[in-house]
Design a protein around this ligand. Sequence first.
Ligand SMILES: Nc1ncnc2c1ncn2[C@@H]1O[C@H](COP(=O)(O)OP(=O)(O)OP(=O)(O)O)[C@@H](O)[C@H]1O
Ligand SMILES: [Mg+2]
Length: 300
Amino acid sequence: MHVLVLASQKGGSGKTTLSGHLAVEADSAGIGPVALIDTDPQGSLSHWWNSRKSQTPHFAKVGLLELGEALKGLKQAGIKLAVIDTPPAITSSITQVVAHADLVVIPTRPSPHDLRAVGATVDIAERNQKPVIFVVNGATPRARITGEAAVALSQHGTVAPVTLHHRVDFAASMVDGRTVGEVVAKSASAKEVRDLWLYIQERMSRLTGDVKMLPDIKPAHFATEALSSLDERPVAIFAAEPDPVFMDDGPLPPPPAPPPLLPPERRFHPERRVSTTPFSGPERRVHVFGRRAADRPAGV
Ligand SMILES: Nc1ncnc2c1ncn2[C@@H]1O[C@H](COP(=O)(O)OP(=O)(O)OP(=O)(O)O)[C@@H](O)[C@H]1O
Ligand SMILES: [Mg+2]
């Protein structure tokens, strides 16, 4: 049994949304049985699953102290993939869950606040020697900050080559326990989730050495380098201004030049005035926040 953990100390980044969507997608992709585990006392995923008509993916609400035992039980019951949703902000809880992960997915909104917060979650994964994939979630179509966020994240780990854009149907579909793929199978959101799952499936297959998990289909737009790299070297694979209309078709354009690397200890330096991270230096900050009214293309 493989374990996929959705974690991010930042609240509202999309952990619960992605947990439900990826588990349903994994189930439909035929790699199940899949079990969802909610370790968040807020219980959002439990509420979602309780309002769901379908009995799959399976579901378990598990306290952190019982997580190890629960995972053993699920494995014995024949579950092939466990997808675990975690609470925000509580470092010790996230650490306990991450310890069981084969892969940690960190959803991140393309905002300076989310990017500054991401280091703490990466540190937890690194301390547990767990591989990480960032997923940019809630992106605004054609916003330059999305590409900038992906480049900044790529300095700290692998960024999924699929961005989830901000769309009402992600929230709306979950009202009655479903996902975008189950409500509007042909929507752009459903395609994003499907492509994201395929990418994660391939990564998990390679990381765990489970060839049976390798997907048969490989979307053409997945960068060859990203998929062929068996190590966790950062790969900047986003266009500077990704366009959801075009990014799903054909190969991605060459990556933009990454910003200068910093020594790890200064990555998320608390003193912003002396930091040179892409989203915290003074010039960059003016650039990021100052462009909104002036530089945004008309109609966006
Ligand atoms: N791509 C998206 N487009 C539109 N809305 C989204 C998207 N992703 C998530 N949301 C919405 O944003 C809100 C927060 O998402 P979610 O609950 O998945 O985040 P979370 O990381 O689990 O939050 P918490 O840290 O509080 O557990 C929810 O209302 C959800 O429906
Ligand atoms: Mg949540």
